[in-house]
Design a protein around this ligand. Structure first.
Ligand SMILES: NC(=O)c1ccc[n+]([C@@H]2O[C@H](COP(=O)([O-])OP(=O)(O)OC[C@H]3O[C@@H](n4cnc5c(N)ncnc54)[C@H](O)[C@@H]3O)[C@@H](O)[C@H]2O)c1
Length: 253
């Protein structure tokens, strides 16, 4: 029996990088996939690659910063698959490593809207469904910047600390209703997010990368997706409210 047999999973930010890999990993283990992203071309590509593998998947064009689209995402999943079992809040953006003295309101608001507010809204919308089902599983994509202070810009670090905090809060408040909420904190994983950074804040980058030589190696999207699979499956049934650092011991130093 596959680990996610007949489970329905919504994955935000699944047109690219880690989210796309999670879609494949869940799909290969039996899940039906709802891909949600605002990159329409990447979205269609992911869905057609999933379908080519015989995985049931639909794509919904969603900008996670709007409440309307969050509603469209969850209602669309329910309409198509009749239920939702797993919500992966993965969509996220970086902050050009802007240090506290240089952070702009524009970057701060963009990062907070995409990385934090979108999760609050998606969770607020899915919880009544999970409560009614008597079960549910939420996985949030945090970052090593949510567990440490010096590895990103101010807005990104604050946003990912918020994700870690929301993860604990949701687990603590809804664990009694058999709902789990965990997070993953990757270090460096080569994806378009990290490879295409532009307009980088020179000071922020310089101070945030002081400890990079202590990172043994970068991770792969597959290694992160396998952690998501563990958290989505019954293998992690007794795990709730944690953020798993995925950094090969970088933050353990
Ligand atoms: N790659 C890394 O090194 C790394 C490290 C730590 C944490 N993360 C986190 O992992 C997550 C995924 O990042 P990735 O590296 O796969 O990046 P990526 O850029 O490859 O993928 C992010 C996806 O999110 C989508 N997205 C962005 N804003 C959106 C919006 N408003 N509405 C809908 N979709 C939106 C993008 O279109 C893209 O498909 C992010 O939350 C990121 O912060 C990544």
């Amino acid at each position: 029996m596959k680990r996610l047999e007949n489970k329905v999973a919504i994955i935000t930010g699944s047109a690219s990088g880690i989210g796309k890999e999670i879609a494949f990993t869940f799909g290969k283990d039996g899940a039906k996939i709802v891909c949600a992203d605002f990159n329409e071309e990447g979205l269609q590509q992911t869905v057609s690659e999933l379908n080519d593998l015989g995985i049931e998947a639909i794509g919904l064009k969603v900008n996670v910063t709007t409440e309307e689209d969050i509603a469209k995402m969850i209602d669309g999943a329910l309409e198509h698959f009749k239920t939702v079992d797993i919500l992966v809040n993965n969509a996220g953006v970086v902050d050009q490593m802007q240090a506290a003295a240089n952070v702009t309101d524009e970057v701060w608001e963009r990062v907070m809207n995409i990385n934090v507010t979108s999760i609050m809204r998606a969770v607020r919308k899915i919880l009544p469904i999970f409560i009614e089902k008597g079960t549910g599983n939420i996985i949030n994509m945090a970052s090593i910047s949510g567990l440490t202070g010096g590895r990103g810009g101010l807005a990104y670090t604050a946003s990912k600390h918020a994700v870690v905090g929301m993860t604990k809060n949701i687990a603590s408040q809804y664990g009694p209703q058999n709902i789990r909420c965990n997070a993953i904190g990757p270090a460096h994983v080569p994806t378009p997010l990290t490879m295409n950074m532009s307009n980088v804040d020179e000071y922020g980058m310089q101070v945030a990368t002081r400890g990079v030589n202590l990172m043994t190696k970068a991770g792969t999207t597959n290694e992160i997706a396998n952690i998501a699979l563990f958290l989505a499956s019954e293998e992690s049934a007794y795990v709730n409210g944690v953020t798993i650092a995925a950094d090969f011991g970088w933050s353990a130093y």
